[in-house]
Design a protein around this ligand. Structure first.
Ligand code: UDX
Length: 454
């Protein structure tokens, strides 16, 4: 099929390259000429494992092309037009749909200018919404923009995880298709038949709610295990064993039970806030969701509280922060815990240096100038008295921790924000280790006045 993909972020670029890999004739479109030029050269302007190869394959086969929005004519549009533009949070938490609406204007402008190129509605392009939009949006977009032009609308939410998006595209747990047009739904369904995954076909609003429900539930699981971890720290239990113990129940499952600094990224925070705002607009007090958000906001401050307990004042304390991306295997720093934590450490006088295997360049652009973003973890820990692990990069797990101990100064305090390090090994090397919910906090017991240091 001929497919257009509008918006070359990590969802759109993966969709374009994967559909080309499946043999479709794909045109990737973006408003950013520089980004289009890079894709034309087979370059991907962000880190997503496996995507470079997929793009280069499609470009070399001549079935993956790229164009800037202004250079696309009606005749260039495919039978399916995927919309994969950003829907960031507004200050209120509501999803900002301005890019989606601009996409609708762009598309209907092309259709209007088509001078009857398409015969009946059956030949017209179908809009396939990949962007995450609040339940009810699709119906409104159809009424406001598309119905008058005989353009059908399909909600086809993505469930890709950054860092494994290419794998996730070809191995979906399920495909969700929502539309009021059976023909349009069937056209989209045909793309995924060969993937072997269950295909849920429903109405637009229901499909949109599936996407929000999935992300909100996963975020709830994370905030739940983090609350349990905070209790473990108070009662002396180990949340890693608790997570294993409860996760063996198939009704719970082992995934998304990793305690730590909480969720970040471009999806969970914005989708959970958008659902909370939608509840507000529909006058429903979604209490559980509000608690998920509140727990997550506090969780990323745990290293600050621990450092205060360890050092009293942070003035002049050299602190190394390892991990600036919101999770491993991506250079995406959106809503990364480190980006909230570091300004607070600086505010209390700490001397902060930071490192990340992939996200250093992006982070340098947004971090305060007082932070020294180093080229390596060992450089960051040189002379540090404390270390905070914010992202569980394999490179950090595999560090030579004897070298780290030699580089650091007393008391060699380590806050393992992702329970990713080997506590016993670090303690044997003389580190003062604290994880999240590991049950034996260093020094004072949490929740009670700090006891005299042993
Ligand atoms: C998520 C959803 O998984 C994906 O289906 C959706 O399409 C987009 O949002 P992503 O945000 O890329 O994907 O990352 P994910 O791997 O889901 O992790 C999200 C956040 O939760 C990360 O900050 C991660 O550190 C955190 N997390 C994840 C935990 O804190 N504990 C866990 O057990 C799992």
């Amino acid at each position: 099929m001929r497919v257009t993909v509008l918006g070359l972020g990590y969802v759109g670029a993966v969709a374009a390259a994967a559909l080309a890999h499946d043999g479709h004739d794909v045109l990737g479109v973006d408003i950013d000429r520089g980004k289009v030029e890079r894709f034309r050269r087979g370059e991907v302007p962000f880190h997503e494992p496996g995507l470079d190869e997929l793009v280069r394959e499609g470009v070399s086969r001549g079935i993956l092309r790229f164009a800037e929005t202004g250079d696309v004519g009606p005749g260039d549009l495919g039978e399916l037009v995927f919309v994969a533009v950003g829907t960031p949070s507004q200050p209120s938490g509501a999803a900002d749909l301005s890019q989606v609406e601009a996409a609708m204007e762009w598309l209907t402008g092309l259709v209007q200018g088509a001078n009857g190129m398409w015969g009946d509605a059956g030949d017209r392009p179908v809009v396939v919404m990949k962007s995450t939009v609040p339940p009810g949006t699709g119906r409104r977009l159809q009424e406001r923009y598309l119905a008058a032009h005989g353009i059908a609308y399909v909600s086809n939410p993505e469930f890709l995880r950054e860092g494994s998006a290419v794998h996730d595209w070809f191995h979906p747990d399920r495909v969700v298709i929502g539309s009021e047009s059976e023909e349009a739904a069937a056209r989209v369904r045909a793309l995924y038949e060969g993937y072997g995954a269950p295909i849920v076909v429903t109405h637009t609003t229901t499909a949109e709610m599936i996407k929000y429900g999935a992300n909100a539930f996963l975020a709830t699981k994370i905030s739940f295990i983090n609350e349990l971890a905070n209790m473990c720290d108070r009662v002396g239990a180990d949340v890693e064993v608790v997570a294993r113990g409860i996760g063996l129940d198939p009704r719970i499952g082992p995934d998304f039970l990793r305690a730590g600094l909480g969720y970040g990224g471009s999806c969970f925070p914005k989708d959970v806030r958008a659902l909370d705002h939608l509840a507000l607009v529909y006058d429903y007090p979604f209490e559980l969701l509000r608690a998920v958000i509140a727990v997550n906001s506090r969780q990323r401050l745990l290293p600050l509280f621990a450092l205060r307990r360890e050092f009293g004042s942070l003035a002049g304390v050299p602190v190394a922060v390892l991990g600036l991306s919101f999770k491993p295997n991506t250079d995406d720093i959106r809503e990364a815990p480190a980006l909230d934590l570091i300004p607070l450490l600086l505010q209390e006088g700490a001397e902060v240096r930071a490192a990340d295997p992939r996200a250093a360049v992006r982070a340098r652009a947004v971090l305060p100038g007082a932070v020294r973003v180093t080229d390596s973890a060992l450089e960051a820990v040189q002379g540090a008295r404390a270390l905070v692990l914010c992202t569980e990069w394999e490179e950090f797990r595999r560090l030579d921790w004897e070298d780290v101990a030699a580089c650091m100064d007393e008391p060699r305090f380590v806050f393992d924000g992702r329970n990713a390090l080997d506590r016993e090994r670090l303690e044997a090397l003389g580190f003062r280790y604290q994880g999240v919910g590991r049950g034996r906090p260093v020094g004072a017991r949490l929740g009670v006045p700090a006891a005299a240091k042993p």
